[in-house]
Design a protein around this ligand. Structure first.
Ligand SMILES: Cc1cc2nc3c(=O)[nH]c(=O)nc-3n(C[C@H](O)[C@H](O)[C@H](O)COP(=O)(O)O)c2cc1C
Length: 422
């Protein structure tokens, strides 16, 4: 059985974790959980982000995972923002056998709470981050679009940086986690969308935590996807030969620049949830069909990018065309993804973050932060950092792909959200 830990980080936390955990175990359906959340929130016993966490924990438990504990950061941090030393050992024990972390935070200025910020840094400094563990984010803000998504995305990026894996909130929307829209304590009672995305986040963390419980080390087929041209060929060649030196790995390089693809027509042909797994329903007769078959035939994706964009703007055209891959019942579900980015200027590149946010929508699992390689040299120098990144990528992919071969999870179905029924 996989184990999950919940973390709640509001400045006005109210939750009594023991009581909540005892209670959730007895619920058989989500409606009862929502009724309980509403009652507790109105009574002032749960803050809004905590309400989301309860929904998320139910989502994880509904898959048979065990939620070991919920840590209320407000209760354990002292005024100087330090954790009492007794907590290091307790956390080490809790995290030692933990395959999933579910973080809940209020949105404060479009970002996480200061408790959560301190806690993430602490996990890193004390080397408490488990070896193979997936994280999901739930946030609550008083405004619609008040920063719930920025908070979740920054949280996901940070978790990847710490060595955790990261997921979305899963179908039907597969965005960036739980997004609660509620301000005053108790107002979460009207927030069914946010509670549903929070439940989805917990379920997604639960699903991937189950995959991480196996260590079967299968053979892997890795696809390198090149999304720019200039120095990508050199990088791809070096990464490809590094991967080929590893045992039981097949690798293929797909350079988007070699394919002629049109823009998505935003038509109504591809939301076709009844399409069979391998049907290709895009109406545009171009080479996207070949790209798609290479992508879905692979076990894992390593995206190689460069600069701020590609000269032909082909990356975004490609991304838009992957719409039917998502709509074809999330064909990339649980495919591990990582990315290497060549940065030739001193300016911050947002390209890696864009790649992350788009590929997460495909219900994939990000297994590493973007590896950013800086420098202007024409030839890219393969350093130990890159070798280590590749080793960890392979190890993570084997775990997730191996787990997917053993664990049977519910099928995903695409349901249009935000569109009228056709
Ligand atoms: C310091 C501070 C900053 C805030 N910043 C935002 C914000 O950027 N966007 C937003 O929608 N709400 C913001 N809020 C409102 C809270 O996110 C909102 O009340 C939320 O429900 C709090 O979650 P909680 O009930 O779990 O504490 C802020 C509140 C505080 C105290």
């Amino acid at each position: 059985m996989s184990h999950i830990l919940g973390v709640t980080s509001s400045l006005r936390s109210k939750m009594n974790p023991k009581k909540v955990l005892r209670k959730i175990k007895n619920f058989r359906d989500f409606d009862s959980v929502v009724a309980y959340i509403n009652e507790q929130a109105v009574a002032g016993e749960l803050s809004n982000s905590e309400a989301g966490l309860v929904a998320g924990i139910y989502g994880a438990m509904s898959l048979g995972t065990e939620v070991k504990d919920i840590i209320v950061l407000k209760d354990i941090y002292n005024k100087k923002s330090q954790l009492p030393s007794s907590w290091t050992d307790r956390l080490r024990r809790l995290l030692n056998d933990c395959q999933g972390l579910l973080f809940a935070t209020p949105v404060y200025f479009g970002d996480r709470s200061s408790y959560l910020n301190a806690f993430l840094t602490y996990l890193d400094q004390e080397k408490l981050v488990p070896e193979a563990c997936v994280a999901g984010f739930i946030s609550a803000g008083a405004k619609r679009n008040g920063g719930q998504e920025t908070t979740n995305i920054f949280g996901i990026l940070d978790c990847l940086r710490l060595g955790l894996y990261a997921v979305s909130n899963g179908p039907p929307t597969s965005q960036y986690g739980g997004t609660i829209f509620a301000g005053s304590i108790g107002s979460v009672a009207d927030e069914s969308f946010g509670l549903t995305t929070s439940k989805g986040t917990g379920k997604r963390v639960g699903e991937v935590s189950k995959l991480l419980n196996f260590d079967t080390k299968p053979n892997l087929k890795i696809l390198l996807v090149g999304v720019s041209c200039e120095r990508i060929l050199d990088l791809a060649e070096k990464v490809e030969s590094a991967l080929k030196r590893k045992k039981r790995i097949k690798v293929e390089f797909l350079n988007l620049a070699d394919y002629a693809i049109e823009r998505c027509r935003a038509c109504a042909s591809c939301p076709n949830p009844r399409t069979k797994k391998n049907d290709y329903k895009c109406i545009i007769p171009d080479e996207m069909k070949k790209i798609r078959s290479k992508i879905i035939d692979s076990d894992a994706l390593l995206i190689l990018s460069e600069g701020e964009n590609d000269p032909h703007f082909q990356y975004q055209i490609f991304m838009e065309r992957t719409r039917f891959i998502r709509r074809n019942n999330f064909e990339l579900t649980n495919v591990p993804v990582a990315q290497i980015h060549l940065n030739s200027t001193k300016e911050m590149s947002i390209f890696p973050a864009r790649i992350l946010t788009s590929f997460l929508r495909h219900n994939t699992v990000f297994v590493a932060p973007p590896l950013i390689i800086s420098g202007k040299e024409n030839k890219f120098v393969f350093k130990t950092g890159t070798e280590k990144y590749i080793d960890r990528f392979i190890e993570s992919c084997r775990r997730i792909v191996g787990g997917s071969q053993v664990v049977s999870l519910e099928n995903n179905y695409y349901e249009p959200v935000g569109y009228r029924a056709m």
